[in-house]
Design a protein around this ligand. Sequence first.
Ligand SMILES: Nc1ncnc2c1ncn2[C@@H]1O[C@H](COP(=O)(O)OP(=O)(O)O)[C@@H](O)[C@H]1O
Ligand SMILES: Cc1cn([C@H]2C[C@H](O)[C@@H](COP(=O)(O)O)O2)c(=O)[nH]c1=O
Ligand SMILES: [Zn+2]
Length: 194
Amino acid sequence: MAKLYFYYASMNAGKSTTLLQADFNYRERGLHTMLFTAALDDRAGAGRIGSRIGLGADATAFDAATDLFAVVMAEHAHRTVGCVLIDEAQFLSAAQVDQLAALADKADIPVLTYGLRTDFRGALFEGAARLLAIADSLTELKSICPCGRKATMNLRVDADGNAVREGAQTEIGGNDRYVALCRRHFTEAMEAAA
Ligand SMILES: Nc1ncnc2c1ncn2[C@@H]1O[C@H](COP(=O)(O)OP(=O)(O)O)[C@@H](O)[C@H]1O
Ligand SMILES: Cc1cn([C@H]2C[C@H](O)[C@@H](COP(=O)(O)O)O2)c(=O)[nH]c1=O
Ligand SMILES: [Zn+2]
């Protein structure tokens, strides 16, 4: 019985790297995979998964209108899909997460999702909330705060490095816009900016 997996972490924790390693592992064993990433996150180029360590792969871009069940089943009809891998899973809608669960349950295709748990204010993303609710397997990938504790939070910073407390949930960016911190140091930075 295939499962729906959610690998979650703060930013810069190795999510994309781990996804690309998992993909390689499936493919080197002769299995056909499908990769997806959020269309709105075009840091590596539209429809491209890039990791800070230098690995990259082409992927299918998903947006709010994408029916992931239909797209994967169309491919599966003429070539068996051994695994579906989704990057930036925080940007999935709840309905799209349900589509991924249906791939596992109805088509017996394993689905591996990778994404953030929370946004710059410490609130759950829609996709992460649904994955935390229904995924068969939850795995936290670890990254480190400058103090040495586990970094679980994502601080959004401005051009001067000051914490940002207000704004849209979605703002694409990398190490220039976000710093992964432990909860204690995230809270201190947010309170200092109040
Ligand atoms: N040259 C490098 N050698 C080894 N690790 C690296 C290198 N560059 C970045 N990293 C590590 O890669 C991780 C970020 O990987 P990435 O897959 O881009 O993260 P995420 O997708 O979670 O944002 C960080 O742990 C960072 O320390
Ligand atoms: C915290 C937070 C992040 N984002 C965006 C910023 C990046 O484009 C991605 C996450 O990148 P990763 O390196 O693959 O983890 O998400 C956002 O839009 N809003 C936020 O609050
Ligand atoms: Zn800390």
